[in-house]
Design a protein around this ligand. Structure first.
Ligand SMILES: *Cc1c(COP(=O)(O)O)cnc(C)c1O
Length: 423
């Protein structure tokens, strides 16, 4: 790792270590890689292997440095190696991590989550967002004695057979109890609920529409209120999938500013600033259901991530991190949309400023987005052509300047490309 902040020359960036690791991975890891890194292949300019991170900077296996606008796809919210979070993790690690029973910090964290999130009367902890969304469904079914669960068409809720976006290896039976509605379309949710009849256990919804590869859509408050009413009328659980947004948009449930409280919510990603942890939070109405299900995992009671989560939530509050992300995200948005306008390129910059996504008009195959991202990453701005970006509270004015220098040149490359091959 180097602390040098100056970005290396565009074409002189070393790639040897990354190429060699990819080659070795190809022999011992199916497909060379899985998940995000295989689902929508990144342009070849992206490094696969990352070595280190500090604040809003990350270094790849070849020592090239980038300003991080992906934040490990969401978990990093205070920046890499946040001193207070890492100090809390180290202090807990010096005692114990994985034991016969949970450490005292589990109760401290549950109390802190219940105090921080308005709708929560209790908390359960797990490892991954998929654990949390799946547990929410299990608890809703246990509590209601019903089976049917409604999800928005195209929404991502994790990688288990009931919700993975790729059907390979799943069976029709995995989804036989799902019904589908369209995000922000209350009539479609009511129709799907009517079809479920008295078998409706839950409605799952994300705080805003953040389907990968599509322009993002903020929630219509009337839609959120309508889902709440639908669940109240039917006795179904309203499940908010706050895995991606939680503690990045608001220090509480992401729908608190909308004025709608879910019955159950799923959390992971940012809650422990990169340490592996997930949570299910719920209201008293679902406490019995939550008490009745059998859920566990070998590492679910590990204490280090819990200590990291307590420190993360405390730092988010003490450092005004939500406001910092909002401010940095606003500067970034204004800079990028201003550049696009100056280059005469039509773009959509959608979603909350802390979790933006950029698309180009008429770019159905993401060709322009890929060109833009490749040119940006070559110049040290690590963003993404098909997935929303994440702003962390560690992003400084200098970091944003570096990003904007890179994106301006990336827009220049797009302009040149359109000029050559466009209409
Ligand atoms: C990432 C994500 C999940 C799954 O979380 P994992 O930790 O990857 O299992 C679920 N829902 C949403 C909205 C997510 O962004």
């Amino acid at each position: 790792m180097t602390d040098q902040v100056a970005l290396a020359g565009v074409d002189s960036r070393p790639r040897t270590a990354d190429r060699e690791l990819r080659q070795r991975a190809g022999a011992v890891i199916p497909g060379g890689m899985y998940g995000h890194q295989s689902a929508g292949p990144l342009p070849p300019e992206y490094p696969q292997f990352m070595s280190s991170g500090r604040g809003a900077r990350v270094w790849d296996a070849d020592g090239n440095t980038y300003v991080d606008l992906m934040c490990s796809y969401g978990p990093l919210v205070l920046g890499h190696q946040h001193p207070k979070v890492e100090e809390a993790a180290r202090a807990q690690a010096a005692q114990a991590d994985c034991q016969n029973g949970p450490a005292p910090v589990m109760v401290e964290l549950a109390e802190l989550l219940v105090a921080t999130v308005r709708h929560a009367d209790w908390a359960m902890l797990a490892k991954n967002g998929t654990d949390a969304t799946t547990m929410c469904c299990t608890i809703a079914r246990a509590q209601t004695g019903r089976q049917r669960i409604l999800v928005a068409r195209g929404a991502y809720h994790g990688a288990a057979p009931w919700c993975t976006p790729r059907l390979a290896g799943t069976t029709a039976a995995d989804r036989v109890n799902l019904g589908y509605y369209t995000y922000n379309d209350l009539a479609s949710a009511r129709a799907a609920a009517a079809e479920a009849g008295d078998d409706l256990a839950a409605v799952v919804v994300s705080p805003f529409k953040h389907d990968a590869g599509f322009d993002q859509e903020l929630v219509d408050p009337a839609f959120a209120r309508g889902l709440r009413e639908l669940c109240d009328e039917t006795g179904a659980a309203l499940i908010l999938d706050d895995v991606r947004c939680g503690f990045r948009l608001h220090l509480g449930s992401s729908w608190e500013p909308v004025g709608v409280d879910p019955d159950l919510s799923a959390w992971s990603k940012a809650i422990a600033n990169g340490h592996p942890l997930a949570a299910v939070l719920g209201s008293d109405r679902f406490r019995d259901g939550a008490s009745s299900v059998f859920v566990t995992g070998s590492f679910w009671f590990a204490a280090v991530p819990m200590a990291a989560a307590v420190a993360t939530i405390t730092a988010l509050r003490e450092e005004g991190a939500i406001d910092a992300m909002h401010q940095a995200g606003t500067v970034l948005r204004d800079g990028i949309t201003g550049q696009a306008a100056a280059w005469g390129i039509e773009v959509n910059y959608t979603g909350p400023v802390q979790m933006p996504y950029l698309t180009f008009a008429g770019d159905a195959d993401h060709g322009l987005a890929s060109l833009f991202a490749a040119e940006a990453v070559r110049r040290g701005a690590y963003l993404h052509p098909r997935h929303n970006w994440f702003v962390s509270a560690a992003l400084t004015a200098e970091d944003i300047d570096l990003v904007l220098a890179a994106t301006d040149e990336a827009f220049a490359a797009v302009r040149k490309h359109i000029g050559r091959s466009g209409p």
